[in-house]
Write a protein that binds this ligand. Structure first.
Ligand SMILES: [Zn+2]
Length: 421
């Protein structure tokens, strides 16, 4: 199956893009159409790589707008955890489908997830056609029984994920250092090395987490992980707001990847001084995440880019920090490097994971800089017109097949969980 996109803006030129199978085969003007190819008119559109959301909890779309504006522990204990206790595997599937729909409509083609019932999320991803790294959440809080169950499930899920397509990858997801024992974190590291999978962990998110880590282990979070011997290129850590220079050196030395979640950090008041520039200077692979919809309220990576850029400037009083091009890089190439997939760029040989941007939306006019317009002026859901993933058209003219049913089903589940929808 081939797709030929005609007369589309790519960087500064109008060109054609030929997709063959799941790869970008050729980029050149006036390409002949191979027999049987699907031809898309790219006039007044730009082709961009799909965004890679490197930290989210897809099924939490169902929590959107529930228990907002509350202190963290009250929010978790009185709102989130009681509802999560009522959630069925099917609810996770329904929430993940809603998330996939929202991601497609805002130009995200790949994401890194952590949640319970990961096979349900995988089913949703398979159906909607995205690419995803999905973690099962390990959460033992030092309890031997749950720890043993989590270890058993890790093996089971690793095997069960083999039934899905190549777009779906199993990842380990120890929740955080304050909910998972050191021994269990070491199990994750060993498992990750043996099976060559990633580990997805929340780290150094709040000042309270750091203080508690020092109290319990006599070390700050990154030093604690170093002592456990689990810093490696398998590890992807989200948030990382509270780290010092030496800890950033350790992350760089061990090739740990870091994901910035500006909306969540601000809304939950976890901290706002994410050291993007310091980490970039050290060569740390950096990604952008939305986090779940309970703490960011949407999964729009274009909005996340704007927040990341503006926040990075604001706390430093530096308009030259966290430049649009750097943040755009993290949301595309950075994410692809973290997940080690040949994507994030529109170039021959790359995976055909891309979007067409509608250049006729008012906030993209004039087009002095597409990167600036994307990062600062628009939102993904207002300008993304077409999405292709793995060489398959998954959204066209802003329409995703089955979207009405996905929305209706999410409303129905929300009605049951919250009494309204
Ligand atoms: Zn998270």
């Amino acid at each position: 199956m081939s797709i030929l996109i005609k007369n589309v803006l790519h960087e500064d030129t109008i060109t054609d893009v030929l997709i063959e199978g799941n790869r970008i085969a050729r980029i050149a003007p006036n390409l002949p159409s191979p027999e049987g190819a699907e031809v898309i008119d790219g006039t007044d559109k730009a082709v961009i790589p799909g965004f890679i959301n490197t930290h989210t909890h897809a099924a939490m779309t169902l929590f959107r707008g529930y228990g907002d504006d509350l202190p963290l522990m009250e929010w978790l204990e009185d709102y989130i955890w009681p509802v999560e206790a009522k959630m069925t595997a099917h609810d996770v599937y329904v929430g993940a489908r809603l998330a996939c729909l929202e991601m497609l409509r805002s130009g995200t083609t790949c994401f890194l997830d952590m949640y319970m019932h990961p096979l349900e999320t995988a089913r949703a991803v398979e159906e909607l056609g995205l690419r995803a790294h999905l973690s099962y959440t390990l959460f033992d809080q030092g309890g031997a029984e749950r720890a043993a169950l989590d270890r058993k499930r890790s093996y089971e899920y690793y095997e069960a994920f083999k039934a899905f397509s190549d777009r779906i990858t199993f990842t380990l997801g120890p929740h955080a250092i304050y909910t998972v024992s050191g021994e269990q974190l070491q199990f994750c590291h060993k498992f990750a090395v043996e099976h060559n999978v990633k580990i997805n962990l929340h780290l150094a998110e709040t000042k309270g987490e750091v203080d508690e880590c020092v109290r319990q282990h006599g070390l700050t979070p990154v030093r604690y992980l170093e002592k456990l011997g689990i810093l490696s290129e398998h590890l992807i850590v989200a948030h990382v707001v509270w780290v010092d220079d030496e800890e950033m050196d350790l992350l760089a030395k061990h090739r740990v990847s870091v994901v910035h979640n500006p909306a969540s950090n601000m809304k939950l008041c976890s901290g706002y001084t994410f050291k993007y520039e310091e980490m970039k200077k050290r060569g740390i692979r950096l990604g952008i995440g939305t986090d779940g919809c309970s703490s960011s309220n949407n999964l729009d990576m274009v909005i996340a880019m704007k927040l990341a850029s503006l926040l990075g400037k604001a706390w430093r009083f530096s308009p030259t920090a966290t430049k649009a091009a750097d943040i755009y890089h993290s949301a595309t190439i950075g994410g692809a490097e973290i997940l080690e997939i040949p994507a994030g760029r529109i170039a021959e040989g790359m995976l055909a994971d891309l979007s067409l941007v509608d250049l006729n939306v008012p906030e993209l006019v004039p087009l002095n800089s597409l990167t600036s317009n994307l990062v600062y002026a628009t939102s993904g859901s207002s300008c993304i017109d077409t999405v292709i993933i793995d060489g398959v058209i998954r959204m066209r003219d802003r329409y995703v097949p089955g979207q009405e049913e996905i929305i209706a089903e999410a409303r129905e589940v929300a009605r049951r969980l919250f009494g309204h929808g």
